[in-house]
Design a binder for this molecule. Sequence first.
Ligand code: GLN
Length: 542
Amino acid sequence: MAKYIFVAGGVMSGIGKGISTASIGKILQTKGFKVSAIKMDPYINVDAGTMNPIEHGEVFVTDDGMECDQDVGNYERFLDISLTDDNYLTTGKVYQTVIQKERNLEYNGRCVEVVPDIPNEVIKKIETLAERSKADFVLIEIGGTVGEYQNLLFLEAARLLKLKNPKGVLFVLVSYLPVPDMIGEMKTKPTQMAARLLNEAGIQPDIILARASQPLDEPRKRKISIFCNVAPEDVISALDAKSIYEVPVNLAKENLGIRILGKFGMSSKKNDFGDWENLVEKISKVSEPIKIGIVGKYFESGKFILADSYISVIESIKHACWYHNRKPEIVWLSAEKYEDDPKALEELRQYDGIIVPGGFGTRGVEGKIKAIQFLRENNIPFFGLCLGMQLATIEFARNVCGLKKASSTEFIPDCQEPVIDVMNGQKDLLKEKKYGGTMRLGAYNCDLKPDTQAFRAYKTKTISERHRHRYELNNKYRPMLEQNGLVMAGVNPEKDLVEIVELKDHPFFVGVQFHPEFKSRPLNPQPLFREFVGAAIKGKNK
Ligand code: GLN
């Protein structure tokens, strides 16, 4: 029987529930247990596919094509496992299932109610994950903050699962301890309040992870213990870390794993962080920088820069840099400035490599195309992801093949030279606004051409990568592009779709229709990111 660990957050959002959940999982793995994790998001959206990246962060995609919250990406990276549709749930999805069952008369004509039918459906989902994953521990991260209306039904499910299975369920509260400047002292009251709010939902936390910029001292530990009804040993200091990958190591030192196992009457089967600890050590030591620019648009939010929309891209760059013993220096470059001021392009010379990541819609597109042209002409390593690959193709069609009107039907629906276009079967669906059925989502195979950057990176003929896009390189233009020197380095064998384009006489110029960033792992960088950073280092050392 799997044990269940719920992780809820108190005080405010953004305190690292996802990393805490992933870290608890990592610690239990190092003690010899099989772990899986599920994120529960309190949105009416059925999946994350329709959520705005600036508001919600990156949309992560699994092999089976589920569009989910970025935390699922953290679980994959920390636990080194591939997850599925079983590992993500939204309020919308629960309601959709319950309403569909009601329509199918599966409740035998009785009244269907929010409580208990909605929490019961949530529990069913958790138990299905336990069964399918055969995990010893299932971690359940509850999105949002305790005390808000939005996630009450998930807390209700947690309470009911504990009632059903008192020895098999544990609650972790991740809380935040502010040190206000004007007081200069760490305050525990918000955490006390958060614990009270959990109590109101019928839940007593077993463990409190006290997130703070400073370590927790004894008086504050005691205070939290007394007021939150938790043993002092279960109030665990979760200090800000320089790198997220350090967090499991730090929490293990605070005995988190031992405390959890103890509560279930279990003991460690082993105790081995393996190469993970070496990586953490390496991350703290690397000093020689490598400067990578990301030309995008989803990071400005009012006066703040938010990197969450590109989180997997950022992590993939870091993994690759650490592999090469370099310190990643990642800089945000807003695509739009290259549209108004072409001279601004000169700044691209300061970078060892540039990534143009995925995106939707027209904003910033022409700026990205100008940037790509500059990188191509000035031999600066370029790596285009999804939209980045489409724009590299458009740039090449316009400026090398002379097809001045080349564009994508995403930007100009009646475009004269649709070098990037939707596949025929999807056009009618789009006309009817059936956007849901028109994305190519999840893992697809790709055959690589020998003697290409891609083949040298992967060192194998067939690869599988994850997709999330609607538009494709239009096969009608393939002969023209190839004759002019754009190499079709990877093609999907089933549908004959171009997945990778690259240039021969360039230090690194590769565009991929898929999202390689979803499969990079800290100890196993994604091959193309690894080679891209390798080329950036070579260029810098020249
Ligand atoms: N907007 C493009 C498409 O739908 C690219 C999507 C992406 O970059 N993920 O095909």
